[in-house]
Design a protein around this ligand. Structure first.
Ligand code: F6P
Length: 352
């Protein structure tokens, strides 16, 4: 069996743990398995940039951040673009290279964009098994994606740390967290890190409601406030406009919020943007376990030649869902989500 592994899209913690999980399962089960590491995601598949990997190369990587295979973003919308140097479009090039190398299957680790391309490859007859990776946790068909727990841990660390300096100076801290379309990281880390206000892409906010929270806290003797804002959050006014007319300035939502709060408040307002800090470093123990379980399941699917599936967390079980059911769907926070309800009960403002 000749299996190609690739990691695609933005990196996250746990990619190596998941690769290791699949490799261990495959090497452990059949003596004749060959694993090829495809470099930098779909770019490597297009450029025939791969190499045979030895079993030892998957050792000692369980807790390593990043990916030993490298990754790149290759937008799905470009897969039909014609590449003169290859005399084919990008999708055809990948299919052709797969067959020329006589791969038996591809194991693909990625998020939303990656799954659209994986599904397109699968529909072209390529044997594919995928694993759900994204700190954003917005991949449809799985209860959680790996990387999410680790990113929440990083973001929580930032919010925890801001508390002492915010309290010492009596300041307002706005902390902008990753999540353009889905606010899972902001919601979970906001609760874990004791944020007073959590602003999400799913729930447009009103500035007045934030000012009310800050004023109430000041009146009750709490002279500082922490606001966790997802990078895709927006005001009600902005959400009310057609997308094409939304004035997306040069500054991020966090910067904009600081600018406006600064005008309205007689109190220092500061901004922290942890950015890619949230995606780097070691996976949490929970993510290591999760990645290992997903890896084992992905390996099992390959061995059983059950292709065209993404392995997924379904309740407390690792199952599998057809790629066609995953591709192109986004898992944003549903407005009836229980965690939102509980956040409100806890007195956390969602800026409504
Ligand atoms: O999709 C993961 C993610 O980290 C998003 O939360 C963020 O908006 C984006 O990637 C950042 O992308 P890049 O690493 O290309 O700057």
């Amino acid at each position: 069996m000749k299996i190609g592994f690739l990691t695609s899209g933005g990196d996250c913690q746990g990619l190596n743990a998941a690769l290791r999980g699949v490799a261990k399962t495959l090497f452990g089960a059949v003596p004749y398995v060959e694993i090829y590491g495809i470099q930098d995601g779909y770019a490597g598949l297009m450029d025939c940039n791969w190499r045979k990997m030895e079993q030892y190369e998957f050792s000692g990587i369980l807790r390593e951040g990043g990916t030993i295979l490298g990754t790149s973003r290759q937008p799905f919308k470009t897969i039909n673009n014609f590449d003169d140097s290859k005399n084919a479009d990008r999708l055809t090039t990948m299919v052709r290279n797969y067959h020329r190398e006589c791969f038996d299957a591809l194991v693909i680790l990625g998020g939303n964009g990656t799954h659209k391309t994986a599904n397109a490859l699968s529909q072209k007859g390529i044997n594919v098994v995928t694993l759900p990776k994204t700190i954003d946790n917005d991949l449809y068909g799985t209860d959680y994606s790996f990387g999410f727990d680790s990113a929440v841990a990083k973001a929580t660390d930032v919010l925890d740390t801001l508390h002492s300096t915010a309290a010492a100076h009596g300041r307002i801290f706005v902390c902008e967290l990753m999540g353009r379309k889905a606010g899972w990281v902001a919601l979970y880390s906001g609760i874990a890190g004791g944020a007073d206000v959590i602003l999400l892409p799913e729930i447009p906010y009103s500035l007045d409601s934030i000012l009310e929270v800050i004023n109430k806290r000041n009146e009750s003797g709490k002279n500082f406030s922490i606001i966790a804002i997802a990078e895709g959050a927006m005001t009600k006014e902005m959400a009310g406009q057609p997308k094409s007319e939304r004035k997306v300035g040069d500054i991020s939502p966090g910067m904009e919020l600081v600018r406006v709060l600064d005008e309205k408040l007689n109190q220092d307002v500061r901004l922290t943007i942890p950015g890619h800090f949230q995606r780097g470093g070691d996976p949490t123990p929970a993510d290591r376990v999760f990645c290992s379980r997903l890896g084992a399941m992905a390996g099992e699917l390959v061995l059983k030649r059950k292709f065209g599936y993404m392995v997924a967390l379904q309740g407390d079980k690792i199952g599998a869902i057809p790629l066609a059911d995953v591709a192109g769907k986004l898992k944003i926070i549903p407005l009836d989500n229980e965690v939102l309800k509980q956040a409100r009960l806890l007195g956390i403002s969602l800026g409504e």
